[in-house]
Write a protein that binds this ligand. Sequence first.
Ligand SMILES: Nc1nc2c(c(=O)[nH]1)N[C@H]1C(S)=C(S)[C@@H](COP(=O)(O)OP(=O)(O)OC[C@H]3O[C@@H](n4cnc5c(=O)[nH]c(N)nc54)[C@H](O)[C@@H]3O)O[C@H]1N2
Ligand SMILES: Nc1nc2c(c(=O)[nH]1)N[C@H]1C(S)=C(S)[C@@H](COP(=O)(O)OP(=O)(O)OC[C@H]3O[C@@H](n4cnc5c(=O)[nH]c(N)nc54)[C@H](O)[C@@H]3O)O[C@H]1N2
Ligand code: SF4
Ligand SMILES: [Mo]
Length: 742
Amino acid sequence: MKNLFRQRSGPLTRDLTLRPGNFGLGLVPDRHKPDDTVNLVCGYCSTGCSLTVHCRDGRAVNATPTVDYPVNRGLACAKGWQALAPLEAPDRATVPLVRDGRGRLSEVDWDTALTLFVNRFKDIQRRHGAGSVAFLSTGQLVTEEMAYLGALAKFGMGMVHGDGNTRQCMATAVVAYKQAFGFDAPPYTYRDLEESDVIVLIGSNLCIAHPILWQRIGRNSHQPEIVVVDPRRTETAMAATQHYAVAPKSDLVLFYGLASRLIAMGCIDRDFIEAHTESFDEFARHVERYTLDAASKATGLAVDQIQRLADTIAGGERVSLWWTMGVNQSHEGVALAQAIINLALITGNIGRPGTGANSITGQCNAMGSRLFSNTSSLMGGRDFARQDHRRQVAEVLGLDTARIPDTAGLAYDQILHAIRDRAIRGLWVIATNTAHSWIDQRNARDALDRLEFLVVQDLYPDTDTARLADLVLPAAGWAEKDGTFINSERRIGRVRKVRRAPGQALADFHIFRAVADYWGCGDLFRTWQTPEDVFQTVKELSRGMPCDMTGIRDYRMLDQLGGVQWPFPAGTSPGQDQRRLFEDGAFFHPHGRARLLVAEPIAMPEPTSESFPFLLITGRGSSSQWHTQTRTGRSGPLRALVPHHPYAEISPDDARELGIGPGQPVVVWSRRGQIQVYAFLSHIVRPGQIFIPMHYAVANQLTHPSFDPRSRQPAYKACAVNVRRLGRDEAARDPKVSSLGG
Ligand SMILES: Nc1nc2c(c(=O)[nH]1)N[C@H]1C(S)=C(S)[C@@H](COP(=O)(O)OP(=O)(O)OC[C@H]3O[C@@H](n4cnc5c(=O)[nH]c(N)nc54)[C@H](O)[C@@H]3O)O[C@H]1N2
Ligand SMILES: Nc1nc2c(c(=O)[nH]1)N[C@H]1C(S)=C(S)[C@@H](COP(=O)(O)OP(=O)(O)OC[C@H]3O[C@@H](n4cnc5c(=O)[nH]c(N)nc54)[C@H](O)[C@@H]3O)O[C@H]1N2
Ligand code: SF4
Ligand SMILES: [Mo]
């Protein structure tokens, strides 16, 4: 096999460690002076704050928030301040690891690792077809890596199936926007948070999950009404001016009810509806039956509460509606997201300052993943099924159109199903921790166990998923590589290499290049020598699409402008630092109109019952914990800010009834599993509800594998459970519990 590594003389590993610049490895921080400061976008949440990394003697020593970046203007949350700590952890993955005959992971060099990877995957494909190997990835790689992976896997290695971890997170918003607007396009700019007079947050705990966006609301000088729709009285709800504690999964009826009421009150924008939307009459007929009484019955809110919310929306000049996982992670998430979009459309609250139907993204590069990873869309927000779209992509990449599959392939849950059915036998997991974060964990782990060959590419060798791997590829992390992220307001911002990755860890970009060469398809991507080369291709892929960014000359221009929001077609003047979509009322459907889409409400897949009388909600627990805690768990200061042991929020009323005291160990069980956690008695949850943060792996032992059928996003936020106090003898038998004294 002809490949880059083997053309070099001497053992590969020595080659890599000794020669700066190999595969762009660059053993010295590039392009800045030893005591410089360098700005790069944070690698955690989708807010996309800029951090200034301070270097001393060529080493990155500290990170502080960048003062003159339009997103965060000198602010950062604790994760941002601690951004370097996880990279400096002593237990990083530094060499490839292969599972040996005795089931232990042992060190090998890159040449052995990549040869094994390619041989095993090709062997599986030979026996079971091209679609028998697949990948799962993330919204936490830079766009350039995402595009490389998507192109390599689907156009180079012949994979048919591969999905992003954005399926867990954003698929609902993608489908809702595509159908309503004609393109996956969150329309807002963050300044809208400062310009609204009514801000409605639906299923979004902004204080915890996007703290700097919450700070932006703090800068709003219009004394806005801040409305939170969330079954829990979250930190955000406590700080809001109005909180609507809806019954879980009753939002669709609430939003249809609000639309119905606003139509009846005559508080809609008839001119906007006429000029820019279609099928309003059908919409009005559909929502008519959702009276205040019906909405009250479904949501548990009083009729006059719902009327107050309708009045608040009607009275606002500039109303913005924002949603996150309380909407997306639902069995009817797409319908609900569209109900929110409809409300903005019929009241003319879109395209103007302080308005919008605004899905806030989650991971630092969720938007880059949505548009360029070749998973939910064909590169550039295109459609795999369209011949003209496949031809456009083939032309830009200089490929034969026949290499481009005409289907997006299976979604995440379907890939895991196919593994259990033995249709998929090889899996490559990149920058995501399936064994912790996927819904109904026992089944997910069972699927991973059944694989013939599991490759995990991560910063750490001991994530729950890496522990199950046959091959672990050590990856460089954020700040150890170059590229771009696209944040929630569609701002393309720079990520830069300011430190070297430990040992033989390589940037994902270089791992993909190496895999391409070992696979024998490196020639397809030979113009992609550096991340910036891929960036130039990504730009070309965006040409003529709504996400056109051909006006960005190069990385330097991004640095100079403090990031750029798409669309930014060639010829755009760089003067404007904020941009929102639909200011001209033109949507992306061929006729230019937005669609008012509706659906029938569906019952919750696993309602509570006599045996399982509590509803389990899961989500973010604190602003210092990131997902599966592989990174934040490695920062001492962040660890000190959060409960070390898994806990469940339980209402004091329920606790009293069950004889559960504060901090006591309890057993929580669902039809799928049983876990032990500590009781955190709190009025955040109402009686009948339990909340467990997703940061603890146990949460997904309980969750019910239900999905929105249109987006295939998991409904992580509702399943039926029961809870009881852990018996004294049980506690005594469990050393962990008894030592903590519960
Ligand atoms: N019950 C429940 N489950 C949930 C949710 C919920 O609300 N409730 N939320 C869901 C949502 S919205 C999301 S987004 C997912 C998140 O789920 P995951 O994506 O599984 O969570 P992370 O911990 O972010 O995992 C990222 C992994 O990539 C590694 N990594 C970080 N940077 C890099 C890199 O540059 N290269 C490589 N190769 N690896 C890297 C990290 O060490 C880590 O192991 O969880 C989902 N799961
Ligand atoms: N600190 C920190 N910040 C993060 C992350 C992190 O792990 N840690 N992850 C990032 C990612 S990837 C994402 S996707 C975002 C997620 O950000 P959010 O979506 O804000 O976070 P969650 O806690 O998952 O869910 C938000 C709220 O939805 C509510 N909810 C549950 N069911 C319903 C319902 O039926 N109706 C309504 N209206 N609300 C409901 C929950 O009570 C919860 O308070 O956060 C991002 N930011
Ligand atoms: S708010 Fe998000 S982007 Fe900003 S510093 Fe915190 S984690 Fe990073
Ligand atoms: Mo997410």
